[in-house]
Design a protein around this ligand. Structure first.
Ligand SMILES: Nc1ncnc2c1ncn2[C@@H]1O[C@H](COP(=O)(O)OP(=O)(O)OP(=O)(O)O)[C@@H](O)[C@H]1O
Length: 287
C-alpha cells in the first residue's frame, strides 16, 4: 500500500503531541514527544519509574502545560472537553475510610471536577442519573456492589468502582494511570476485560508496569523514558527496550530477559476476541 492510500484510511488522531517537552522547574521530565493516537485504540504506556508516564497523562488532560510544543485533544487544547474524557488517577482521593456507597461514588463522576466530597454531596440524583450509574457499574462489573460502602471493598473492587465513576459520562477517551497495580491476576484480567469490552469508539490510554498482561490486550504501546517511542500492535521493539532499560550486553541476565520479552510478545490481541463476553465470569457486561 502506498503512502497516499495509507493516509486515506488512517483515522484522525484524537490525541496529538507535537515536539512536546515539559520541565519541572529546572528538570526536564519529557523531551521531543511526538505521538498520535487514533479513536478506538487501546494504548499501553509503559516505562521505568520516573520515566514521565504520569507527566504525559497530565499533559494530555490539560493539568500541565507543555514547556515546548503543542498538545491537541479532539483537535483542541487539552481541558476544552472535560466531559469527553474519563480519568482514573494513579493516586485516587478515595480514602478507604470514606463512608460513601459505591453507587454514590459512581454518581460523583457526573459532577464536573468532582471530588469525593464534591459539590453534589447532599443533592438528590434523578432517576436518569441513577440509570447512568447502574449502566456504568454494569460495564465495570460492580453492579452487585452498589449498596456496599467503599471502605468494605478490596483494592481490586475499589479500582473497578473508580473505573465505573470514570465511565458514567460515557467518555470517548478513558485515561487510566496504573489501574492494575496492587491487583491480583484475576482482578487484572477482569479490569482488562472491562476495558477491552468498551464500545469500539472508546479510546483507552492506560499506564501500566505490567508488560505481560498488557501485551495481551492492547492495540499499541508507547514506551516512555523522558523520550517516547510508539509501536502499533503489542510488539515491543529492541529500541523501546533500550529506551526504557538501556543497552545490556549479550550474556548479561537482563539482556536475555529483555530478549525473551521481545520474542514472546504475542502479535494478536487475544482479549479482543472475547469482547462482549464475560469469559472469566468477571460479572460485567458491555451493554
Ligand atoms: N511535582 C513535581 N515536581 C518536580 N519533579 C517532579 C514532579 N512530579 C514528577 N517529577 C519528576 O518528573 C519525572 C517524571 O515523573 P512521573 O511521575 O511522570 O514518572 P512516572 O513514569 O509516572 O513514574 P512512576 O512509574 O514512578 O509513577 C521524575 O523524575 C519525577 O521525579
Amino acid at each position: 500500500m502506498d503512502a497516499h492510500s495509507q493516509k486515506a484510511i488512517m483515522p484522525e488522531p484524537i490525541i496529538q503531541l507535537r515536539n512536546v517537552a515539559f520541565d519541572f522547574e529546572n528538570t526536564r521530565a519529557l523531551s521531543d514527544i511526538n505521538i498520535d493516537i487514533a479513536r478506538g485504540e487501546f494504548i499501553a504506556v509503559i516505562g521505568p519509574n520516573g520515566g514521565g508516564k504520569t507527566t504525559l497523562m497530565r499533559l494530555i488532560l490539560g493539568l500541565l502545560t507543555p514547556t515546548e510544543g503543542e498538545v491537541r485533544i479532539f483537535g483542541e487544547r487539552p481541558g476544552t472537553n472535560p466531559d469527553r474524557i474519563g480519568y482514573v488517577p494513579q493516586h485516587s482521593n478515595t480514602s478507604p475510610g470514606f463512608p460513601a456507597s459505591v453507587e454514590q461514588v459512581v454518581l460523583m463522576g457526573l459532577a464536573q471536577g468532582n471530588t469525593l466530597l464534591g459539590k453534589r454531596r447532599g443533592i438528590r440524583y434523578t432517576r436518569e442519573e441513577r440509570a447512568q450509574a447502574e449502566h456504568a457499574m454494569r460495564r465495570a462489573g460492580v453492579s452487585d456492589l452498589g449498596k456496599r460502602r467503599l471502605n468494605e471493598l478490596s483494592g481490586g473492587q475499589r479500582q473497578r468502582v473508580l473505573i465505573a465513576r470514570a465511565l458514567i459520562t460515557q467518555p470517548e477517551l478513558l485515561i487510566l494511570d496504573e489501574p492494575l497495580s496492587n491487583i491480583d491476576p484475576y482482578g487484572r484480567q477482569c479490569i482488562l476485560e472491562t476495558l477491552t469490552g468498551l464500545d469500539a469508539q472508546t479510546t483507552v490510554v492506560m499506564v501500566s508496569h505490567d508488560l505481560g498482561i498488557t501485551a495481551n490486550a492492547v492495540t499499541g504501546i508507547i514506551a516512555v523514558n523522558r523520550f517516547a517511542l510508539a509501536s502499533s500492535g503489542a510488539q515491543l521493539t529492541p529500541a523501546m527496550l533500550d529506551l526504557m532499560y538501556g543497552i545490556h550486553e549479550a550474556g548479561c541476565p537482563v539482556h536475555s530477559l529483555l530478549q525473551q520479552m521481545v520474542e514472546t510478545m504475542p502479535s494478536e490481541n487475544k482479549l479482543t476476541q472475547t469482547q462482549g463476553k464475560t469469559a472469566s465470569g468477571c460479572g460485567h457486561d458491555t451493554h
